[in-house]
Write a protein that binds this ligand. Structure first.
Ligand code: ADP
Length: 365
């Protein structure tokens, strides 16, 4: 038997209409608010076609309304780094890309899933941050440069004074020499860091590893003065492709840290060995070790676990920062494992693309 639906109660109908109007108003408010966000927001459907975008997306991504509604985002951004990133799956955020809509702006972009396989593209203008970062870099580079000459002069004069001529000042002179040398080293390290930071590519030269490893070992032995047992195990049979000077600086830095943070009688092992995806250079020591809370911050400039230990051993606090930058330029990763009181291992993982068979020509890679 069929029943006719009951006529809506006028009170219920009014309530329903009121709720609908409230919902519509909320939706409008939300959209208006999103359209004013300083970050670009683009709603994408399952096929990555553009459903909606805000004003910032017009400026930063160059999208136009109404014609870009329904367009495939990848096609719309064709030729830009963003299109390549989308094509590659956009699994990780894209950092420091040129904004397709504003060539003089840089953006960080991420793609977030929501709803039923829909996606939200967010792009943030980081030009201002980049400019500040540039000011900071220039400032550090300029200060370091300006300090270089007066320091060289002071150091030169200190070297000229013979402590035997002024025996009462001998210890003072000694300390002044040590400190002026330390300041000079800090300035040199800061200048190296500035150079590495502004560099995006390194020279692709063959770095003969047998010779480099022998040098690193010799330098470590000179620093140790026979206080440690230093072993070299080189089984990788591979040379590196990169900057000889910077790789020497990074690899010897790790070995010199091992010497400086390992008490006399300890052992240090330098290894160069193959891994399934390339080769790894590592330095293992039986030294003081580092507790886990410090590990993530070790490569920050001037970060030290113990300032006095670093200073006493002649450290500038910039060594691991330099190592990290050099490795980044070689697309290599630094891994640190350490146990306080037991020792540490600092390992640099180089990819296959950075390896050369020893003695081969570069093209034979
Ligand atoms: P520093 O000039 O102070 O050695 P680095 O950047 O080379 O600066 O190292 C940062 C800090 O990391 C050091 O001050 C030290 O506390 C810690 N560190 C580095 N290497 C080792 C190591 N092999 N064993 C223990 N601590 C280390």
């Amino acid at each position: 038997m069929m029943t006719t639906p009951a006529a809506p109660n006028p009170l219920q109908h009014d309530r329903f209409m009121m709720r609908s109007r409230r919902l519509a108003a909320n939706l409008r408010d939300l959209r208006n608010a999103a359209s004013q966000l300083p970050d670009a927001v683009v709603l994408l459907d399952r096929q990555q076609r553009i459903r909606w975008f805000n004003h910032a997306a017009e400026n930063l991504l160059g999208l136009r309304r109404p014609q870009d509604r329904g367009a495939a985002l990848q096609q719309r951004l064709a030729g830009s780094k963003l299109a390549d990133w989308l094509r590659g799956g956009a699994h990780e955020p894209l950092n420091d890309a040129v904004a397709p809509g504003q060539a003089d702006s840089q953006i960080n972009v991420s793609l977030l899933p929501f709803g039923d396989q829909e996606q939200l593209l967010l792009a943030r203008d980081i030009s201002h941050l980049n400019r500040l970062e540039q000011v900071r870099r220039d400032f550090v580079a300029n200060v370091s440069h300006e300090l270089r000459t007066p320091l060289t002069v002071i150091h030169g004069y200190l070297e000229l004074i013979d402590p035997e001529d002024v025996p009462e000042l001998a210890s003072v002179l000694d300390e002044m020499r040590v400190q002026s040398k330390r300041m000079g080293q800090i300035v040199e390290d800061l200048l190296t860091l500035s150079r590495l930071e502004t560099q995006h590519h390194i020279s692709d030269e063959r770095v003969p590893m047998a010779a480099l490893l022998a040098t690193v070992r010799k330098e470590a032995e000179a620093l140790s003065h026979g206080r440690h047992r230093i072993t070299l195990q080189s089984t990788a049979e591979a040379d590196l492709l990169g900057s000889p000077k910077d790789l020497h600086s990074a690899l010897s830095n790790l070995a010199s840290n091992a010497v400086r943070y390992t008490p006399a009688g300890g052992s240090i092992t330098i290894r160069w060995e193959r891994t399934p995806d390339g080769a790894v250079y590592s330095v293992n020591d039986t030294g003081f070790g580092i507790s886990a809370t410090h590990l993530s911050r070790l490569t920050e400039r001037f970060y030290r676990v113990s300032s006095s230990r670093s200073r006493d051993s002649g450290g500038t606090g910039l060594g691991l920062s330099i190592v990290k930058h050099v490795l980044n330029l070689h697309q290599a990763q630094l891994r640190i494992e350490s146990t306080p009181g037991v020792g540490s291992t600092f390992a640099c993982q180089f990819g296959q693309a950075r390896l050369l068979a020893p003695g081969d020509k570069d093209e034979d890679r």
